[in-house]
Design a protein around this ligand. Structure first.
Ligand SMILES: [Zn+2]
Length: 312
C-alpha cells in the first residue's frame, strides 16, 4: 500500500503539495469561497478537474458511490452535530454506509449501528427497518456481504462500525490513532466507543484479527484514498473517491450535516461531539484542499440521490 502525499494533519492549504491542490483559479474551492457553503451550491458547482490530481490528466479510475441507509435517529439533538448551535432542535438523521463501485471492484465504507434495542439502551433512540439491516441493504444493492473483501471504517463509534460478523472475507481498514483512542478513550468517549462500560464490548472485537491498521493518508485502490481528519475523534478518516464528476469525499462525522459546511460568514461549524475542536477546523482545511464534493455522515438530504456523482 502506498502512502498518499498529504502530510498527516495540521496542514494549511499552502503546505499542500501541488498534486492535491485545488485552489487554482477556477477551481471548486475557489469558486466556493472559504468553503462550499450551502447545499444548493455544493450540488450545482461543477467539479474542476485538476490534471495534477489525477496524474497528468488521465483519470485512473472512476467510481460510483451509493449511500446506504442502515438505520435512523428519529429525533436527534441537532446541536450534537452543530457545535453550540441549534440547541433544542430535533432532527431526523440517517445512519449511513457507503458502497463504492468501479467495474468489478466493491468497497464498503462504514457498517452501521448496533441493534436498535441496544442503541436505545446505551445511546440514543434509533430505528432500523428490516430493509435497513446491513445484510438486506447490501443484497438490495446487489452485493453479497459474504463476498465483500474490503471495508473501510471511518472511525470506531458505535453507529459506524457494527455488524462486522456479516463480512467473513473482509479486511477492515482503521487508523492506528483511532484504534489507540478507542482502546483508551477519554472519559467522554467511553460510551461512543463502548469501551470501559460494564456489559458492553466494542463491536470490532469480533473481527480483531482482520483489522488492518493504517497510518495517515493511504491509497486503498486506484482512485480511492483515505484522508485523515482528526477532531471528532483522534483518528477519524474520510475517504476520497475519484468519480466522473470530480473527487468526492465521504467525510464521516467530520461533517455530520451539510450545515457544518457553514457559510462564508460563519466559516465551517465543527461537529458538536469532538475530542479536539481546533483539529476539527484544521480538518476542514484539509477537506477543502482535497475534495470537490463533500458527503456528510448523518444528512437526510444525501438520500435524495441513490448514487453519486449525481446523475444529470
Ligand atoms: Zn462519530
Amino acid at each position: 500500500m502506498t502512502a498518499f502525499v498529504v502530510p498527516p494533519c495540521q496542514v494549511s492549504l499552502t503546505d499542500l503539495p501541488p498534486a492535491i491542490r485545488t485552489s487554482e483559479p477556477g477551481s471548486f474551492a475557489q469558486a466556493a469561497g472559504y468553503f462550499p457553503a450551502p447545499l444548493a451550491a455544493l450540488h450545482t458547482l461543477k467539479a474542476v478537474v485538476n490534471p495534477d490530481v489525477r496524474g497528468g490528466g488521465v483519470v485512473a479510475s472512476q467510481w460510483t458511490i451509493r449511500p446506504l441507509c442502515l438505520g435512523e435517529f428519529p429525533e436527534f439533538e441537532k446541536s450534537s452535530f452543530t457545535y453550540l448551535r441549534n440547541a433544542g432542535e430535533k432532527i431526523r438523521a440517517p445512519i449511513l454506509g457507503w458502497l463504492l463501485q468501479s467495474g468489478a471492484e466493491t468497497i464498503l465504507v462504514d457498517t452501521g449501528q448496533s441493534s436498535p434495542e441496544a442503541a436505545n439502551h446505551w445511546h440514543s433512540r434509533t430505528q432500523r427497518s428490516a430493509h435497513q439491516a446491513p445484510k438486506a441493504a447490501l443484497w438490495a444493492a446487489g452485493v453479497n456481504p459474504a463476498s465483500l473483501r474490503l471495508v473501510i471504517l471511518t472511525h470506531l463509534h458505535w453507529d459506524h462500525c457494527y455488524n462486522l460478523e456479516i463480512f467473513p472475507e473482509a479486511r477492515f481498514l482503521v487508523q492506528a490513532e483511532e484504534l489507540r483512542a478507542a482502546v483508551d478513550p477519554i472519559p467522554t468517549q467511553r460510551f461512543p466507543y463502548e469501551v470501559g462500560i460494564p456489559g458492553l464490548n466494542p463491536s470490532w472485537l469480533v473481527a480483531f484479527n482482520r483489522l488492518e491498521v493504517i497510518r495517515g493518508d493511504v491509497d486503498v485502490a486506484p482512485g480511492v484514498r483515505t484522508l485523515l481528519l482528526p477532531g471528532h475523534t483522534p483518528g477519524l478518516q474520510g475517504v476520497l473517491v475519484d468519480t466522473a464528476a470530480g473527487r468526492h469525499l465521504i467525510a464521516s462525522d467530520a461533517v455530520p450535516l451539510y450545515a457544518n459546511l457553514g457559510t462564508e460568514e460563519s466559516g465551517p461549524i465543527p461537529p458538536g461531539i469532538h475530542t479536539d475542536v481546533a483539529a476539527c477546523l484544521r480538518s476542514f482545511d484539509r477537506m477543502r484542499a482535497a475534495a470537490d464534493m463533500i458527503l456528510p455522515s448523518h444528512e437526510m438530504e444525501v438520500l435524495k440521490h441513490s448514487v453519486y456523482p449525481i446523475q444529470e
